[in-house]
Write a protein that binds this ligand. Sequence first.
Ligand SMILES: Nc1ncnc2c1ncn2[C@@H]1O[C@H](COP(=O)(O)OP(=O)(O)O)[C@@H](O)[C@H]1O
Ligand SMILES: [Mg+2]
Length: 615
Amino acid sequence: MEFLQLTRDQHQPPSGAEPLGHVIAVRGSQVTLALRTAASNGGGEERVTVGTFVGIRVGDSLLLAMITNVAVQSRTVSDSEGGAVAADLDMLGEIQNHGRSDARFQRGIVNHPAIGDCAIRAGSPELRLAFTIGASNIIDIGHLHQDHAVSAHIDVDHMLNKHFAVLGTTGVGKSSGVAVLLHEILKARPDVRIFLLDAHNEYGRCFGDRAQVINTQNLKLPFWLFSFEELCDVFFGGRKGLEEEIEYLAEVIPIAKNTYAQNRRPTDSPIIRRTDSRNVAFTIDTPVPFRITDLVMLLNERMGKLENRSSRLAYYKLMTRIETVVNDPRHAFMFENANVGGDTMAEVLSRLFRLPTNGVPMTVMQFAGFPSDVLDAVVSVLCRMAFELGLWSDGVSPLLLVCEEAHRYVSADRSLGFDPTRRSIARIAKEGRKYGVFLGLISQRPSEIDPTILSQCSTLFAMRMTNDNDQDLVRTTVPDTATSLLSFLPSLGTREVFAFGEGVAMPSRLRFKEMAPEMLPRSDATGVDPRVVDPEMQHDFMASVVERWRGVRTPADGPDLSYVLGGADLQSSFPIAPTSPHQSAEPEHFGQLRRPSTMRAEDTLRQTLSDRWRK
Ligand SMILES: Nc1ncnc2c1ncn2[C@@H]1O[C@H](COP(=O)(O)OP(=O)(O)O)[C@@H](O)[C@H]1O
Ligand SMILES: [Mg+2]
């Protein structure tokens, strides 16, 4: 290697700092330094190794670079004050007017270094300048890995507007990091409401009185808010060969909606009464109330008019299916008031999505404990309504939808997951910004997330990842200048994160703030920490597990199930027209409909009591 005659000025370390070494090669944005041996093996914080930030003085500027590789040079670097250690650097940007009051950092390099330029360790003032964001809304989520005195700042407006993702293997601190992020967002953006899909019931205690926790016990999501696809998933669960039943259901739902609307309107309403199925005012997906009794009555009427036994059977099966699903106590959150009606859409939305916030801007929606047969549909309804609420309110009040286990809902494999959920989340990713609906995706399997959706997230928090596919995916998402940082991905510690994209000044290695142990996300799927269950209490614990399993609620907080296709009301709700020529053909079928399984114990009791009175 040929050495140039260096000027005295180039040899001088800037601002009197101890020199680390000097430039011996420059290739585009990469630089090689000959390191002084003393610098390369110094102890503690002073060690110079991969990840260390370095400044190179060029005129009035200080070029900021990061060491990506250090090695003993086999070709001896003959320098009187240096050793034989070479360090490769990636240049990140330039502090112009360094050392003056008007110093400012810019990404990219205008003045390239030359051979022999002196390098120093970049200090906190330099890093602070480089990692400071000039935006008005900044959140502080921790500190820079390399220098704990430098805060990790995120431009919260950019991060929200263009969506974000937190990716990394299980146990690296994703959920805790998300809790840190959300806490800070709540502070910095009081106008933003947050809706968190909590797959493992982890976040219940993280946000104190800033969040309401919704779970199986207190969710109210009337079935008529479900789209037709979502309802079909509840009733048919994706089973094949039920096209006939699905078709019958599709025919009667708009009529049931219309019937309900007509019955609710005052008689002097100018709206024309429509009863004909060809003339209904609502589409199958319009979120307006209808009654299950009306639905079954319509099906019953239609069945009554049929001669063909196999078609009658499809109707019968459909009615039985509806009855079974509606009567399942685990589904009470959707079928409560199924026959009473009442347009509660505004209340339901207002409560779920905190509009008005009433001092509680966040909802933690806990899904552990929900029956798996309705889970997909419930998630879909919530994601769809989150978007549509933004759409129909012209984005007046911003909402952040945070999605744990995102790979479950927006899987890269289109045959997995529930398509309506994928579509809703994809819509938020693509158009949400226009309507003030933002997305935060969290996943331990980034490579299994639909890449078109993930690519819409322009701020990425990548935590430790060991799987090659996951690393490759992150590699394709980050800018070229940051790819050298990614070689650290498999070795990141807990709480450590690489942040890239719109929300940060520069790709940077950060450490999330430490959360107090009582605020850390922790799974409480059973509501009890099994580690603290007293052996004496094991029996109660098991009883509560069994109760949850069966979906039985305590009378105090449980719904009154007597509305569900049962009791005296039902007879009048299911008038089996005496004129029907088929009435006697299958009477036992209607018997089933009239006597829902959940009511049997009660009925028996009633029977016993009335027998006693007679005696
Ligand atoms: N910011 C943090 N503050 C304090 N402890 C943390 C933090 N991040 C992670 N931890 C520790 O690491 C554990 C796993 O973190 P967690 O957020 O549950 O990881 P993940 O969601 O990636 O599985 C936590 O239980 C906690 O002990
Ligand atoms: Mg987690």
